[in-house]
Every structure is written in structure tokens, then in C-alpha cells.
Design a protein around this ligand. Structure first.
Ligand code: NAD
Ligand code: ISE
Length: 339
């Protein structure tokens, strides 16, 4: 281990926590996982057993306070994120928090206040789409002006299935939150209002209101159409297309090869988010490690981005329940997040 290796502690060693630990220890460079914790101590111990030299802490607070932990990764359940991110800020340690930053906009604001009082950015939120090569190429085309000013954005977010624990608001707060973040980033604008319509229910989805169609507007009036279909069986399919004044640009279909047979032509569709965004997650972590280790200013998704996306989610849930357009009112953006 070199002197510059970043010593991280991971809070939450469930599905994505384990995937990020694999990434940190086997894929990206410059980091070592020196501590783990999970509410399920058995799982935490199993995960630690597969690591070179990791301490198992009884609580997330104890992990954050461990002097051997230089930076914290939060991959526990969403409702626990606020407590751990606030504790990491209080300890002055950089913290990478999986989405959501917190489960209400008020909780996100408490994080923003704490980080602003600290005086510099410590928090990065796990909106990995911003690190995906296809989304980055799409943003480049939008920013180049080649298709003119954007007018409409279509976002399709399709999961083959969801677990029984996936409840009625989750298509918005757990799934579409990624679409809200990525469209804010692609267009460089906030979303200011949202309507949500439930389509004829997919009979494969039990009692869920699925698919959902959400129509949001940006500050300048771009219409953003987000479709979530979370029981669509055929694969994990992420669509994105911007309609500009003089052209359109869309994420291309995936698959390294195109197969033509039996009168059909096709590419493979990823099975889940891990496969679809594997390279994006790798890039996200490599850039985060390099930035934190180098003592550089964080440039990835910020607490503000976590707050703004959560505000859209909160309004979306209200719109789903009430049926009307709900306005999204953000507080004034603190200077810390302006650049
Ligand atoms: P999971 O249930 O598989 O794992 C979460 C773990 O957190 C569990 O092992 C649980 O015991 C642990 N935990 C719960 N409360 C805790 C606490 N107070 N302290 C410590 N550990 C605690 O869930 P998951 O699918 O790994 O999701 C975890 C987080 O990652 C969620 O916020 C989820 O939204 C996010 N996520 C992001 C993506 C993405 O595409 N970026 C994909 C999947 C999940
Ligand atoms: C999951 O939590 C994720 O974040 C995935 O990216 C998303 O596609 C899925 O719908 C969520 O449940």
C-alpha cells in the first residue's frame, strides 16, 4: 500500500455496498477498504472476511469516528443517509453517499446547511449516470448547440422487475430520481413543476401503479417526459432523447454486436442497472478517489443536486396522489454550489 492510498469505510454492506467494495478493491486504483459496518452484523463480518484488513464496527457513527477512516461511503438504506452524512460532515471527512442524499428535501437542506457551515464541499451523491459515456456524449452534443436549443427531453427508465419491498412511491423516489438528476445536468436547468399520470396498470406488477408518465418543466420551459416501467420483463432499458430546435440526439441502443437472424435485427439489452452502468460506476469512483486523495475540490453531484432531485421527487409523489401539477420551489442556491 502506498502513502497516497485513500482509506475508506463503508456503511451498509448490502447489494450495492458489496458491489462498490468489489469495485474499490478489484477495479479502480488508489483506495483500500479499511472498515465496514452494517445493521446486519453477520453480513458485515462476512464481507470483512473477504477483505485484506478491515475493522468491523458496531455502528456507522463508530466507523466515521475511526481515525483510520479517511473517507466514508454510505450505502445503507435511504432513511439512514441523513444521519451518516451529517456525522461525516461533523467529522470533516469526505463522504460519498448513494442516492438518495436523504429521503425528504428538508433533510437534504439540513445537510446543505451543515456543509455550507463547514465551508467547503465534502459530500458527493451517487448519481452515476453523469459518468456514463453515452450520457456524456449526449451532453456534449446539447452543449455544442448542433441541434439547437433543447425543447423536449424524453427519458425512459425500464426495469425488468422489482422486489416485493418496492412500494408505490418508489417509481418516483427510488427510480425516476436518476432521470430527474440527469436531465438537470444535461440541460443545466432546474425543474420547476411536475404532473404525474398513472397508465393502465401492468398486470405483471401486482398493486403497483406502473407505468408512470411524468411531465415536468424546466426553468426555461423545456418539457421533460419521464416514463417509468418497472415490470417490463424484457430487460433493463434506459432511454434518453432530446428534441432541439433543429435536430435530435438520443442515447444509442446498446450491445457490442448486432445480430440479424430469422427476419430480425437486434442488440442485447442489459439485465439490470449493474450491467448497464458498470463502467459509469467505475469512472464515478475512480474520479472521486482521485479528487479526494489529491485534495482537489469535489466536482461530482453535490448536496445541492441531491436536494434538487429530492425536491422533484417530493413534488412528484404529491402530484401522483393529487393528480394535479405541483410546483417545485427550491431555496436560494448557496454560493458553495454555484461553480
Ligand atoms: P440493500 O438492502 O441490499 O443493502 C442495504 C444495507 O444497509 C443492508 O445490508 C442493511 O442491513 C444496511 N443497513 C440498514 N440500516 C442500516 C444502518 N442504520 N446502518 C448500517 N447499515 C444499515 O440495499 P441496496 O440495494 O444495496 O441499496 C442501498 C442504497 O443504494 C439505497 O439508498 C439505494 O437507493 C442505493 N442504490 C443505488 C443504485 C444506483 O443505481 N445508484 C442502485 C441500487 C441501490
Ligand atoms: C435502484 O435503486 C437504482 O438506483 C437503479 O439505478 C434503478 O434503475 C432502479 O429502478 C432502482 O430501484
Amino acid at each position: 500500500m502506498t502513502r497516497s492510498t485513500l482509506h475508506v469505510g463503508v456503511i451498509g454492506t448490502g447489494m450495492i455496498g458489496q458491489d462498490h467494495i468489489r469495485r474499490l478493491t478489484q477495479v479502480v486504483s488508489g483506495a483500500a477498504v479499511v472498515a465496514v459496518t452494517d445493521a446486519n452484523e453477520v453480513v458485515a463480518k462476512e464481507v470483512a472476511a473477504g477483505l485484506a484488513n478491515a475493522t468491523v464496527h458496531a455502528t456507522g457513527r463508530a466507523l466515521i469516528d475511526d481515525p483510520a477512516v479517511q473517507a466514508v461511503i454510505v450505502t445503507s438504506w435511504g432513511p439512514t443517509h441523513e444521519e451518516y452524512v451529517l456525522a461525516a460532515i461533523a467529522a470533516g471527512k469526505p463522504v460519498f453517499c448513494e442516492k438518495p442524499l436523504a429521503t425528504t428535501q428538508e433533510a437534504c437542506l439540513r445537510i446543505i446547511e451543515a456543509e455550507a457551515a463547514h465551508g467547503s464541499r465534502l459530500v458527493q451523491v451517487g448519481f452515476m449516470r453523469r459518468y456514463d459515456a453515452a450520457y456524456r456524449a449526449l451532453k456534449q452534443i446539447i452543449d455544442s448547440g448542433d441541434i439547437g436549443a433543447p425543447l423536449v427531453y424524453y427519458s425512459g427508465h425500464r426495469n425488468p422487475e422489482v422486489p416485493a419491498s418496492y412500494t408505490k412511491d418508489m417509481a418516483i423516489v427510488d427510480t425516476a430520481v436518476h432521470d430527474f438528476d440527469v436531465v438537470r445536468w444535461l440541460l443545466g436547468e432546474e425543474l420547476v413543476g411536475i404532473r404525474v399520470l398513472a397508465a393502465k396498470p401492468n398486470s405483471l406488477g401486482g398493486d403497483l401503479r406502473d407505468p408512470l408518465l411524468m411531465i415536468a418543466e424546466t426553468t426555461s420551459g423545456v418539457l421533460v417526459n419521464v416514463e417509468t416501467s418497472v415490470n417490463i420483463r424484457y430487460g433493463y432499458d434506459i432511454r434518453g432523447e432530446v428534441v432541439g430546435e433543429s435536430g435530435t440526439a438520443a442515447l444509442a441502443d446498446r450491445g457490442p454486436v448486432q445480430v440479424r437472424r430469422a427476419g430480425r435485427v437486434g442488440v442485447s439489452v442489459p439485465v439490470d442497472w449493474r450491467e448497464r452502468f458498470i463502467a459509469a460506476f467505475d469512472t464515478e469512483f475512480q474520479e472521486w478517489i482521485d479528487t479526494v486523495s489529491g485534495g482537489l475540490a469535489l466536482a461530482g453531484p453535490s448536496s445541492w443536486d441531491g436536494y434538487a432531485a429530492q425536491a422533484v421527487c417530493d413534488a412528484g409523489v404529491q402530484a401522483l396522489n393529487g393528480g394535479e401539477r405541483v410546483a417545485i420551489d427550491l431555496v436560494e442556491k448557496p454560493a458553495l454550489y454555484s461553480s
